[in-house]
Design a protein around this ligand. Sequence first.
Ligand SMILES: [Zn+2]
Length: 130
Amino acid sequence: MVTANDNGFTDKAYFCPACGSSMVDIQNITDSTNCKVCGWAGNTQDLAAMPFSQEMGSPEQVLKNLTLDIRGFMSKGFSLEFIQLLRKWGFVSEPLDPKEIARYMGSIAKGLALGLIETRQEIEKENIQA
Ligand SMILES: [Zn+2]
């Protein structure tokens, strides 16, 4: 079976599956890792991985750029729908606080970015197992 290690770490960005941070300490020899932000510990295969080229920057930069791209889409068309959703589920109430809304929009974009990376990894795993 092919594992995350077989592909090498030079062309993939790795993120903590718990908090999404790229501050993960990868131990090649022991195949274990832990997150320097939230303390999560586990196998390197459990990390959310995303292939990337050197031109895209550091893993943190890859996640940041993907998040910014999603925020760009949201600000163009989906913001009102998300505000309605936040209202419906009681995250925000009238009068709306623009700073609070902006924070939620940021977390929605980051959550979507992490979800995309995780889904990509799931698909890659399924392709390996198939
Ligand atoms: Zn973490």
